[in-house]
Design a protein around this ligand. Sequence first.
Ligand code: AMP
Ligand code: ZN
Length: 464
Amino acid sequence: MLKLYNTLTRKKEDFKPIKPGEAGMYCCGPTVYNYAHIGNLRAYIFEDILRRVLEFNEFDVKQVMNITDVGHLASEADEGEDKLMKALAREGKKPSLESMKELARKYEAAFKRDIHMLNIPEPSIWCRATEHVKEMIELIKRIDKNSYAYKTSGGLVFDTSKFKHYADLGKLKLDDLKAGARIKLDREKKNPSDFALWITNQPNHLMQWESTFGRGFPGWHIECSAMSIKYLGEQFDIHCGGIDHIPIHHTNEIAQSEAATGKHPWVKYWLHGEFLVMPHGKMSKSSGEFLTLQVLMDKGYEPLVYRYFCLGAHYRQQLTFSFEGLDAAKAAYEKLKSRVIELKQKGEKGIVDDVGYLSKFSEAINDDLNTPKALAVMWDMLKDEDVGNKLSLLLEFDRVLGLGLNEMKKEEFKVPKEVTVLLKKRDDARKAKDWKLSDKIRDEIKAKGFSVLDTHDGQKVEKA
Ligand code: AMP
Ligand code: ZN
């Protein structure tokens, strides 16, 4: 039985979907105003593992992911400029609708490239916020009709005091919020936690739509409520994202959705991934520690080495990034690769004798996606001489791990002409039993990046 830790109850629970055999899952996607950093990518790797584990358990998964291309303001709490507008200025682009769309599409494409390189299959449905404003307006109308909204000079605001489950997901202490105020209290807001559904009176904002609440644009949270309801229904199974989304974004999504539909609970299971942090704190886009997958690749790491690095920690554990840690993941990944290639070359003996490793592996991943334990089971299996079907087991494990084991093959390389000439000279030297010369030529070959092995069939050359 698959068990998942549900943020709503703070407990591991058996996963029982609304419709037997099916799982509807919504993942908060990227705000496309910059490249994704490797912290963001950790969140998508965790969500990918979740989807793969559901599929491993034979659920038919419908995964929906949004692309935020409007409405996400610099602060999560309705303040500051739209992140996309800020990005236009950062890139020295003329502010226009066209340039904003161009910028959003550029970072959306970069994001899709990143997840492809990390072996994360695309969701069943992608949805862009700007293409669902009609659905957002309809949902806001329902919220308004049910008396959960009020007007201010800045637009239409959600009244969180009217929604009795508001504090549930984040276990929020609303009184503390009142005292300290997590945001500068907008004087027109009735409660510090109230948030914008629809923003008006911002003439400089490039994207504006007509609505019954005035010309404006949606608040950030409403997009996820509107799009998830559109594609997954008014109640669905799983919603996930990073832990930073618990106190504001997901809390507000629940409030809006349940206020509109009157159905509780809107989502049965909430899963949140812990952060990737730098040794001295948060990864930040403004400090020099903004690492992208491309930066790692430029430093010579394969994208799947980063995936392996992430799988080495449980998704609910904070993970500190370091190049030493990444090097250790690289060494393990390379070792795995050479074992896989070796097993492929040898061929399977055809003995199906997994000595219980498949069930140990399932137990690990079904225990709230315990990937570090699943990797340990994999290594134990590889070491076990009694297992005759290692390759087929590995490929089965890889349905969840997604480390590209099926595609692993011996790297093909061309031996340059000068090395072929040296090999011939060395062969002659060996025939003449001139071992000194033979060793000297071996060093020359090594200096050119190749190593020579002397086998029964003669010299074999490999990349050093
Ligand atoms: P954003 O594009 O900023 O909306 O973030 C995309 C996803 O990355 C969200 O699910 C965030 O919760 C998550 N996230 C942001 N920073 C980190 C981090 N340092 N480590 C892990 N996840 C993160
Ligand atoms: Zn969201």
